[in-house]
Design a protein around this ligand. Structure first.
Ligand SMILES: [Zn+2]
Length: 318
């Protein structure tokens, strides 16, 4: 029996980098998933060493008869696809870092020098994963969102990914939301990420007297009926809803799938998200957008990076 063709999936984020081998059905091969730390305090050499270790381990776990058909890299943005470079907002040591070249060098060392590599934003990857095996199956106009330590997103329109010429389309976390003025590390003010990410929601709650320091603690306080926690979660949910209403006004989205740790703070957050969308009373197409929880497990980012290879017919070339 010949084993199925495999993609090497790499997910680079603000707290970790992961690599794994993924089969054509979107399943991670057992024993091939490896994780290394990243983080804003790490040097460029330390970040590179983490990528080296995760990717080398995943490549080394490849079954002897496996065919490696491609490498998909999902990275926190911004990125420059034509240069294979990444500048993750929360990894300060990497600005226009040549990640694709680093991965190419590792492929050469591991006897797979000619395998194609596709780099896109992590938000686009999770959107592909939702379309492939998640909440957006059969829906061709969709935005995937992650609400976690940051707020990210990606777009599939007309059944094709929309990445933009640089690869950065879908940065829903950095559209400005009416009624807010929170400063954002990107240089903007009132960006969705600066309002509604887990850490920023907790930080706002603390300005109102909340004494906890994590999203989990905020969720527990919400569940206990704490008034400040309720206001904080509602504030973030309303901001997310306004951003989705604006994105839908522009793009005529059918579905938005939201994942990420902070999207689980309480299921009530989806009710708050729905409020500003419902206010668009004269635009049925906006009010009709379905906003649903992600159907992906924690494998979503890696499955999505693999989709850059296994579902390449949806991935518009840049
Ligand atoms: Zn911003």
């Amino acid at each position: 029996m010949t084993s199925a063709p495999l993609a090497l999936a790499i997910d680079l984020g603000g707290t970790k980098v992961e690599a794994a081998l993924v089969d054509p059905h979107g399943a991670i091969l057992p024993g091939t998933r490896f994780r290394q730390p990243t983080g804003p305090a790490r040097s460029s050499a330390e970040l590179a060493a983490s990528v080296d270790a995760a990717v080398t381990a995943a490549l080394g776990s490849r079954p002897a008869d496996a065919e490696l058909i491609g490498v998909g890299i999902g990275s926190a943005g911004p990125i420059v696809v034509k240069d294979g470079a990444v500048s993750p907002l929360n990894l300060a040591a990497w600005r226009r870092y040549p990640l694709r070249d680093q991965v190419r060098a590792l492929l050469v060392l591991n006897g797979a020098p000619d395998v194609p590599i596709t780099l896109r934003m992590d938000g686009l990857c999770i959107t592909l994963a939702e379309h492939w095996i998640g909440a957006a199956r059969g829906v061709d106009n969709v935005m995937g969102m992650v609400v976690s330590t940051g707020v990210g997103g990606g777009l599939i329109l007309g059944g094709q990914t929309v990445a933009g010429p640089s690869g950065n389309a879908g940065h829903i976390g950095h559209i400005e939301v009416a009624g807010f003025d929170d400063p954002c590390p990107c240089g903007g003010r009132g960006c969705l990420e600066a309002i509604a990410s887990g850490p920023h929601t907790v930080a706002w709650a603390r300005t109102q007297g909340f004494t906890g320091s994590t999203g989990e603690e905020l969720g527990a306080a919400y569940a206990a009926g704490d008034e400040v926690a309720i206001r904080a979660v509602r504030r973030s949910g309303m901001a997310i809803g306004r951003a989705i209403a604006s994105a839908t006004a522009l793009l005529d989205l059918e579905l938005v799938a939201i994942g990420g740790g902070f999207s689980h703070v309480t299921s009530d957050i989806f009710g708050f998200i729905a409020e500003p969308i419902a206010e668009r009373t004269q635009f049925d197409y906006i009010r009709d957008v379905r906003v649903v929880p992600s159907a992906l497990s924690g494998d979503g980012p890696l499955v999505g990076a693999a989709a850059l290879i296994h579902r390449s017919e949806l991935v518009r070339a840049l």
